[in-house]
Ligand binder design. Structure first.
Ligand code: BJ8
Length: 424
C-alpha cells in the first residue's frame, strides 16, 4: 500500500494500532485469494482495491469532502443509496467483518452481541478504520435489537439518522417505508444543502440499478456447470461493491463478466468437472470475513451462490426506472427494498422460497446455512430454512460461527464430512 500515514493521521486514526491491522491483512489475502490457480485476469482490479483498502477509496472520499460533498456511512442493504447519490453525496458501507475490532466493541457491548455489530462499533471506537472516520453521518436502521442499541453508542460522537424499518410486509408497511425514505431524503437534503430532484433521483436509480445488473450478470455466470470464477473471488467482489465508486465498480465488473462469459464459451473452469456445488445462506459476510468460503473451497467443493446480503439479497430486483415524479420514484424504491427478505421480517416465507429457487438455478449439491453467533433472527429462522430444505430433498448443514479462527479446524472437519457425504 502507498503511504497514507499523513491522511490517516489527519483523520485522527490510531496509527500504531492501525499498523497492527495492516500487518495481518496482506498475508491473509495472499493465503485466501492470491494463492488460487487460474483466476480471471480482471480480478487484478479487485486485488488492487483490497491492497489499497484503507488508501485509494478513503482518499477519494476525502477529496469529495474537500469539494464540499458529504459522505454517508450505512450498515444495511435496506438503506437506499439512491437518495444519497441523488444529493451529490456518497454512500459507503461500514459493516465490520474482522475479529481485530471485536475486543474494542466488547468494551461497550455485551459479549453476547453478534460479531458484526461488535466489530462495527469497535472499528469506530479504536480509530483504525478510515471509512468510519470519514463518514459525516451514519445511517442506522431498526433491523435487529443489537443494531438498534449500537446506534445509541455510535450516535454519541457522529451524527446519526435512524430509519424505522417495518418488520412485516403488508401494504401499509410498504407505505410506511416510503414515508421513511421521504424523511431520509429531507434529512439528506438538509445535511448536504443539495436538493434531490426527480431528474437527479432518476439518474441515481439508474446508477445503482446498473451496479445491480453487473452483479446479477456475474452471478449468472456462476450458474454454469463450467465455473469461471471461484466463490472466494465472487465474495470479495460483493464485499467491494459496498464501498467502491458505483460507476467504476459497474464498469470493472462488466469487464470481468466479459472475460467470464468468454471462459464459459471456451470451457475454462476454476474447478474440475464434478466438483460439488455449495450455496451459502444466512447472515452477511462483511469484509474481510472469508472464513467459510476458504474452508469450503480448500476442502474440494466450490461456492456457487450466496443467499446473503453480501450476495443475492444485495442486487436482486431492480428499482422501477420509469417513474418521473419524486413521489412515484420513492414508492418504487420502497417496493424494491421491501422485496429484500431479511430474517428481521415476519413472516418471511419469501426467503425460504428464494433459497429453494436459487438452489435449483445454481444447480447446488448442498447448502450451508451460516449463522453469526448471537444473531437470534437468523438462528431461529435456521430451523424453518433447514426443515424446508430437507423437505425439498436438498442436503443442508447448519453452522454457527464468529470472526475468530478458534473453530476453523472443527468447521473444516464438519464441512469436509458434509462435502464427502454429498458425493455418496
Ligand atoms: S438486511 S441481514 S444487512 S439487518 S447478523 S447485525 S441481523 S444480529 S446484518 Fe443485516 Fe440488514 Fe438483515 Fe442484511 Fe443483526 Fe443478525 Fe448481527 Fe445482522
Amino acid at each position: 500500500m502507498a503511504d497514507y500515514r499523513k491522511m490517516w493521521g489527519n483523520l485522527g486514526m490510531d496509527l500504531e494500532t492501525h499498523d497492527q491491522l495492516c500487518e495481518v491483512l496482506p498475508q491473509a489475502f495472499e493465503d485466501v485469494f492470491l494463492s488460487q490457480k487460474n483466476r480471471p485476469e480482471a480480478m487484478d482490479y479487485y486485488n488492487f482495491v483490497v491492497a489499497e483498502i484503507h488508501g485509494v477509496r478513503p482518499a477519494e472520499l476525502i477529496k469529495h469532502q474537500e469539494n464540499g460533498g458529504k459522505v454517508f456511512g450505512t450498515f444495511c442493504v435496506y438503506v437506499p443509496d439512491e437518495i444519497v447519490f441523488a444529493a451529490d453525496a456518497i454512500a459507503t458501507g461500514l459493516c465490520g467483518g474482522s475479529q481485530f475490532w471485536v475486543p474494542e466493541g466488547e468494551k461497550v457491548l455485551p459479549t453476547s452481541t453478534c460479531p458484526l455489530i461488535k466489530a462495527s462499533v469497535g472499528a469506530r471506537l479504536d480509530k483504525t478504520c478510515p471509512f468510519f472516520r470519514i463518514a459525516d453521518m451514519y445511517v442506522g436502521e431498526t433491523t435487529c435489537d443489537g443494531k438498534k442499541k449500537a446506534w445509541e453508542i455510535l450516535g454519541e460522537d457522529v451524527p446519526m439518522h435512524i430509519m424505522d424499518l417495518p418488520q412485516m410486509k403488508r401494504r401499509k408497511d410498504i407505505k410506511a417505508w416510503a414515508e421513511e425514505i421521504t424523511e431520509f431524503k429531507d434529512v439528506v437534503e438538509k445535511f448536504t444543502e443539495n436538493k434531490v430532484t426527480a431528474d437527479k433521483l432518476s439518474a441515481a436509480i439508474k446508477l445503482i440499478n446498473d451496479k445491480r445488473r453487473a452483479l446479477a450478470r456475474l452471478y449468472e455466470c456462476r450458474k454454469n456447470e463450467c465455473l469461471p470464477i471461484s466463490g472466494r473471488d465472487a465474495l470479495i467482489i460483493s464485499q467491494i461493491a459496498f464501498y467502491d465508486d458505483p460507476a467504476r465498480f459497474t464498469q470493472m465488473t462488466s469487464k470481468l463478466c466479459d472475460e467470464l462469459e468468454e471462459r464459459i464459451k471456451n470451457n475454462i473452469s476454476v474447478v474440475p468437472a464434478g466438483t460439488k456445488r455449495i450455496m451459502l445462506t444466512g447472515t452477511p459476510l462483511a469484509i474481510p470475513n472469508w472464513k467459510i468460503h476458504n474452508i469450503v473451497e480448500t476442502s474440494g467443493a466450490a461456492v456457487v451462490c450466496e443467499e446473503m446480503c453480501t450476495g443475492t439479497r444485495y442486487f436482486e430486483n431492480l428499482v422501477d426506472e420509469s417513474q418521473t415524479t419524486l413521489e412515484g420514484q420513492i414508492e418504487a424504491l420502497s417496493e424494491r427494498y421491501m422485496g429484500i427478505n431479511c430474517a428481521c421480517f415476519t413472516p418471511n416465507h419469501g426467503r425460504i422460497d428464494d433459497i429453494i429457487c436459487l438452489a435449483k438455478e445454481y444447480k447446488v449439491d448442498g447448502i450451508i446455512d451460516i449463522n453469526l453467533k448471537f444473531c437470534s433472527l437468523y438462528d431461529v429462522e435456521g430451523f424453518t430454512v433447514e426443515r424446508a430444505l430437507k423437505d425439498a430433498g436438498i442436503p443442508v448443514l447448519g453452522i454457527e460461527t464468529d470472526y475468530t479462527d478458534s473453530d476453523a479446524e472443527q468447521l473444516r472437519t464438519r464441512i469436509g464430512a458434509f462435502i464427502e457425504m454429498l458425493g455418496m
